[in-house]
Ligand binder design. Structure first.
Ligand code: UDP
Length: 334
């Protein structure tokens, strides 16, 4: 076991960040959270985790936390995640995801924080030229969201070459589901992601689910994605941390997915199966910028880390998303 310094989780009150906080706690890592609560929720952070309401670009605050909490690594989840919004308002994305990350990386260097784990995305590949997508597939983002994340990958690469810091960028495919124990989940209102939208419809929170395009070059004509359970993704972050600590000279750029895809129709069938009812489906046109299929080649992460996904099952992902959605009915979103 390496020295138990504390991990600072930015965006720890958000969807993926809150699962990472639990994954760290579950494996015995001390953890602290910084979140400005723009999209996150204070209640999503466990009561015994030190919480700082603030901005990642506030270098004075980061320095204070680094000292007080003995921060040795940062997991950086804070950022903006809505692709169409990034097209409308690119400067917001280059600010929240690029400029603020730059500032946080600078704070890491300034405060002697030696390990940095970054939430990157399959959106950095744009419309990939090959499927499954390997880490060597050309990264040609087709929207400012993907570009804003790719720029941060570049910064980390350059900073790690110049300073005493190593990093892991995890390129997430389609994240879904919720903590199997019901401790946290996807809570932000106005969801656009398929599984979240579908379980909302199953619970009568929406009338129907739109199917965006039935003429894709896929077996049933609908878009195919590699859905990964958020708790498996969170566990991958803990492995990343441990790998960075074990080999301080090494960086990792890794896809996070299961290496298999499901179509929109297969996802909706799974929701119907799990709920034992039929949600209403509305056929609509393609959404701009959606690739036919996005499936990870996950051999690199499977080889590099002792990562053993526990929830690589579509029905399980849907069941957990559904259980959380039910629970959200009782939670006041404020
Ligand atoms: N999709 C859909 N209806 C929805 C939301 C998504 O048909 O209400 C499709 C979308 O076109 C894509 C897949 O579901 O093929 C996954 O989309 P999502 O927005 O969940 O994630 P993305 O892959 O865009 O990051």
């Amino acid at each position: 076991m390496p020295d138990r310094f504390t991990i600072l989780v930015t965006g720890g009150a958000g969807y993926i960040g809150s699962h990472a906080v639990w994954a760290l706690k579950d494996t015995g890592w001390p953890v602290a959270v910084i979140d400005n609560l723009t999209t996150g929720f204070r209640w999503a952070v466990p009561d015994d985790v030190p919480f700082y309401k603030g901005n990642v670009e506030d270098s004075t605050l980061i320095a204070k936390i680094a000292k007080k909490q003995n921060i040795g690594a940062i997991m950086h989840f804070a950022g903006s995640v809505v692709v169409p919004e990034s097209v409308e308002n690119p400067l917001k994305y280059y600010d929240n995801n690029t400029a603020k990350s730059r500032s946080l990386i600078e704070s890491a260097v300034a405060n002697g924080i030696k390990h940095f784990i970054f939430s990157s995305t399959a959106a950095t590949y744009g419309i990939p030229e090959e499927s499954p997508v390997t880490e060597d597939t050309a990264q040609v983002p087709i929207n400012p969201y993907g570009m804003s994340k790719l720029m941060t990958e570049y910064m980390l690469r350059d900073v790690s070459a110049a300073h005493d810091l190593n990093f892991c960028a995890l390129r997430y495919f389609n994240v879904a589901g919720a903590d199997p124990g019901g401790r946290t989940g996807q809570s932000t209102a106005g969801a656009t992601h398929l599984i979240k939208v579908a379980v909302e419809a199953a619970l009568g929170k929406r009338d129907s689910v739109a199917i965006f395009g039935t003429d894709y070059d896929t077996p049933d004509g609908t878009g195919v994605r590699d859905y990964i359970h958020v708790s498996d993704l969170a566990a991958a972050h803990v492995h990343a941390l441990e790998a960075l600590v074990a080999e301080p000279e090494r960086n990792h750029l890794l896809n996070c997915g299961y290496g298999r895809g499901f179509s929109v129709l297969e996802v909706l069938d799974a929701v119907d199966r799990v709920t034992n009812q039929k949600i209403s489906r509305k056929l609509e046109g393609r959404r701009a910028g959606d690739p036919d299929s996005l499936i990870s080649d996950n051999r690199a992460i499977m080889k590099r880390f002792p990562w053993q996904p526990q929830n690589a099952d579509l029905d399980k992902i849907v069941a957990h998303a559904l259980a959380w959605e039910r629970k959200l009915g009782d939670i006041r979103i404020e």
